[in-house]
Write a protein that binds this ligand. Structure first.
Ligand SMILES: *[C@@H]1O[C@H](CO)[C@@H](O)[C@H](O)[C@H]1NC(C)=O
Ligand SMILES: *[C@@H]1O[C@H](CO)[C@@H](O)[C@H](O)[C@H]1NC(C)=O
Ligand SMILES: *[C@@H]1O[C@H](CO)[C@@H](O)[C@H](O)[C@H]1NC(C)=O
Ligand SMILES: *[C@@H]1O[C@H](CO)[C@@H](O)[C@H](O)[C@H]1NC(C)=O
Length: 796
């Protein structure tokens, strides 16, 4: 009775999932997206002011989102010149964590046509000192509207903690602008208005790029000591276990952390920080998110002492609260350390954190006090953001209002039906939630006939390439057509695998680097191993956890079946297995040079000042355009082979292409293995994810995965290669906007946004990429065609 195709429901579920990510206990920017009350008048007219207004009827109070009052928008006086600064100012009444800004132009029931193509933001916590907002790459200008009716929603990264905000239209030409605005976010309950700390430091390890642990988004004064502002410690982004990796794309090593080295701070052995709050509070605790990668000399603090000051102008109370942490030398995970503050009353705090090792690194600090308020905004206002994104593409037309209402009612009914279906499927047939994918209650027999994917249930992944904390469900691989005799890999004696190092860890188990004694001999003639003369070789061994569910075991065996059938120089090779006893193991080639994404992104581009066309890569061996083409051909060749077997990969991307010692590319990651390098993400007990930026529109909207959708992903992979993986595809779009863009691909009215042509990429090649992203499947090239088109370039 398992007729409901789980995957279909999952992608219908996508929108709902967008709003339901795991709560972190602290402020979570992915959740904090409530409309703050421009549209529904919770922000009063008096709180909205402006630098000027053209007429009474275009005053600041008419700058409300979706409002047609007055002349339909706020318009500053006169033509806006590029050098002018005009602004619409909103007093939010209290400190607010602002995450999203929405803008519209003046539509006025089809009689207006003024809008702002771009804008900047200024903000002020006290109404006196104004600061300019910049994104994580230092840009201040945000793209605005393209017409007068359509709303444009922009995520603000990093978020802003403020009470007053100014929206400042920006123009390149002299023009008239008008704006309507909505602001989204939530209350900044914590009330922290500034922290001060020593500036973060640099880590230089021989042979590695410098890691910079400064506070890159700090908005106060930075003169060796940070003071008077907020920054990375309050941006809602917590650092990863490995402090060298960052959650943001296109940032430097160490970005997420503020870190200090013990010996550079004199003889103190501690870091002193001061925290100032909006008013007096009774503090219950402080949570400090801290790195603990002890193998690299980083640990949480060994102890902390905090002093309290009841008023701004008062002496520090002599008695501190001191807390000793329990140091942990076994688990290298970054974690929140909770420091009890015994309900002491204060307006400001001074805390000394004592080093436990050479380095101490924090990514987030938050405070809990006894008298905070619960969120008062309704869920409805949050919902609006997503509905807006979906239905804002056509101009509103009075004549069509009944139709519009009809559509909305239909959509709401549909949503109710979907929710009902989901609940029904969870209760009646295959139980097991989307939130807890490893709990599967249906028997293998049931699910076998459902033709539903299984891997999603065993696999919790957060793929690289998906920003923010939005999680999506992973589509899975179905290989029901394979039978047991398809396993052709030989059983290798387990005791001849000698453990060397752990490469990764996941829900399914672990991946080890092992030495396989006598493997070349064992495989005999026709062995795919490069060094036949060695007695033992290095291999990667994936081992299923001993307590894995039956479902996971079946999936593991299926993956073995698939892989043992594949035999191509550009596909990762299964060498042998250990399946006669537990734990189940599969042994594959070890790829010394890691994945292509990491490999390319470590190459710097230097544009010679003499000739913009001469591109050099360093410090790694110089590579050239023909190297990049050679990589592309190899991937096309491997995919051509998969396509000839009617095998759909579903997750082709540079992160899933591995490089061996000789830089031969092999496509990997069939299903549950994912890759070794995303192992950190398995620990997130949330939802699995979809690689939406690589997916064809029909895969996202219809759940349809075919060789043609692999071709689409191949186009994106080519694009990655020719941008040297320096940028995420559609890096300027949020995940929600990527999904919105997918709808444009489907509608095909010329409004879809394509990836831009990488500067390194010859025009003919970009044309090839564009063909991979054609809307209609027959218009896309085949892998055979792609291979034939790419191959001739390599020899030139
Ligand atoms: C915006 O803030 C900057 C300081 O960062 C200030 O110089 C500028 O005058 C402000 N502009 C407005 C319109 O508030
Ligand atoms: C470290 O990053 C900060 C910005 O957060 C920058 O001002 C500083 O120059 C960087 N230091 C080095 C050596 O790159
Ligand atoms: C930190 O530095 C101080 C002063 O140099 C020293 O006394 C202390 O032992 C150091 N702590 C650690 C954990 O290295
Ligand atoms: C803090 O707690 C004290 C005693 O419990 C209480 O009298 C005081 O009003 C509280 N202060 C605030 C700001 O809530």
């Amino acid at each position: 009775m398992c007729w409901c195709d789980r995957w279909t429901i999952m992608h219908l579920f996508l929108l709902l999932i967008l709003q339901a990510t795991a709560a972190l206990g602290q402020i979570d920017p992915a959740h904090c997206r409530y409309a703050l009350g421009m549209e529904d008048n919770r922000i009063k007219d008096e709180a909205i002011t402006a630098s000027s207004q053209w007429y009474e009827t275009t005053g600041p109070q008419y700058g409300r989102f979706n409002s047609e009052e007055g002349d339909g928008a706020w318009c500053p006086k006169g033509q806006l010149e590029p050098s002018d600064t005009q602004y619409l100012q909103v007093d939010l009444g209290r400190l607010t964590f602002l995450t999203v800004v929405g803008t519209q132009g003046r539509y006025a029931r089809n009689s207006g046509n003024e809008y702002a193509r771009a804008y900047r933001l200024n903000y002020s916590r006290d109404g006196v000192l104004w600061k300019s907002w910049r994104n994580r790459l230092g840009n201040a200008v945000i793209e605005g509207n393209k017409n007068a009716y359509q709303s444009v929603i922009n995520d603000i990264h990093p978020p802003i903690i403020t009470r007053y905000i100014r929206v400042i239209p920006v123009t390149k030409l002299s023009t008239t602008v008008c704006m309507r605005v909505e602001l989204y976010g939530c209350l900044w309950d914590e009330g922290l208005i500034s922290y001060s700390a020593p500036e973060g430091q640099l880590m230089q390890q021989p042979g590695h790029p410098i890691a910079n642990f400064s506070d890159s988004t700090y908005d106060g004064v930075n003169e060796r000591r940070l003071s008077g502002g907020l920054g990375q410690l309050t941006d809602g982004v917590i650092g990863l276990d490995n402090f060298l990796q960052a959650r943001q794309y296109h940032v430097w090593r160490g970005y997420d952390y503020l870190g200090w080295r013990n010996d550079s701070l004199g003889t103190q052995g501690h870091v002193e920080m001061e925290f100032v709050f909006d008013r007096q509070r009774n503090f219950t605790s402080m949570k400090v998110h801290s790195n603990n990668m002890f193998s690299q000399g980083v640990k949480i603090f060994s102890s902390v002492s905090c002093w309290f000051k009841p008023r701004l102008i008062a002496a520090w109370e002599p008695e501190p609260v001191t807390f000793m942490t329990v140091l942990d030398d076994r688990n290298p995970s970054a974690r929140y350390v909770t420091v009890p503050l015994n309900r002491r009353t204060a307006k400001s705090l001074r805390c000394r954190f004592y080093f436990a090792d050479v380095w101490m690194m924090f990514s987030e600090v938050s405070f809990q006090s006894g008298n905070t308020h619960k969120h008062t905004h309704t869920f409805i206002s949050q919902q609006k953001i997503y509905l807006l994104i979906l239905f804002s593409s056509e101009p509103p037309d009075d004549g069509n209002t009944p139709i519009l209402i009809g559509c909305l009612v239909t959509i709401i009914l549909l949503l109710i039906i979907i929710i009902f279906l989901i609940l029904w499927c969870q209760c009646v047939s295959c139980g097991g939630g989307y939130a807890e994918p490893d709990v599967t209650q249906c028997t293998p027999h049931q699910c076998f006939h459902s033709n539903a994917p299984h891997y999603a249930e065993t696999d919790i992944v957060r793929l690289q390439g998906v920003t923010g904390s939005n999680m999506y469900a992973v589509p899975a691989l179905t290989v029901d057509s394979l039978t047991r005799k398809d396993i052709s890999a030989a059983e290798f004696p387990r005791q001849q695998l000698i453990f060397r190092e752990k490469l990764g860890e996941g829900q399914f188990g672990e991946v080890h680097l092992c030495e396989a004694e006598g493997l070349p001999e064992f495989l005999g003639e026709g062995s795919p191993l490069p060094d036949r003369d060695c007695l033992s070789v290095l291999v990667a061994v994936k081992q299923l956890r001993a307590d894995a569910t039956n479902q996971a075991r079946n999936d593991f065996l299926k993956e073995i079946k698939i892989m043992s059938r594949l035999n191509d120089p550009n596909i990762i090779r299964l060498l042998c297995v250990c399946v006669t006893s537990d734990p189940l193991c599969m042994v594959t080639e070890y790829m010394e040079n890691g994945d292509l994404n990491m490999f390319l992104s470590q190459r710097e581009i230097e544009t010679s000042s003499l000739s913009k066309h001469v591109l050099l890569f360093f410090p790694l061996p110089p590579s050239s355009l023909s190297d990049l083409l050679h990589m592309s051909v190899q991937i096309a060749s491997g995919m051509k082979y998969l396509a000839s077997l009617n095998f759909v990969h579903r997750d082709l991307a540079t992160r899933n292409c591995l490089l061996d010692r000789r830089l031969t590319i092999k496509i990997a990651d069939f299903g549950m293995s994912r890759n070794l390098y995303s192992s950190d993400y398995y620990r997130i007990q949330g939802r699995a994810v979809l690689p939406i930026r690589w997916m064809a529109w029909e895969s996202i909207l219809l759940g349809k995965f075919t060789t043609a959708s692999d071709v689409w992903a191949f186009g994106v992979t080519l694009w990655e290669i020719f941008t040297l993986c320096k940028e995420q595809p559609y890096s300027l779009l949020s995940d929600e906007q990527v999904i919105e863009n997918t709808g444009e691909f489907f509608r095909n009215q010329g409004r879809q946004i394509f990836l831009y042509a990488p500067p390194l990429c010859p025009p003919s090649l970009f044309e090839l990429m564009m063909r991979c992203w054609r809307r209609d499947i027959p218009d896309r090239p085949t892998f055979e065609g792609l291979y034939q088109a790419l191959r001739p370039h390599v020899n030139q």
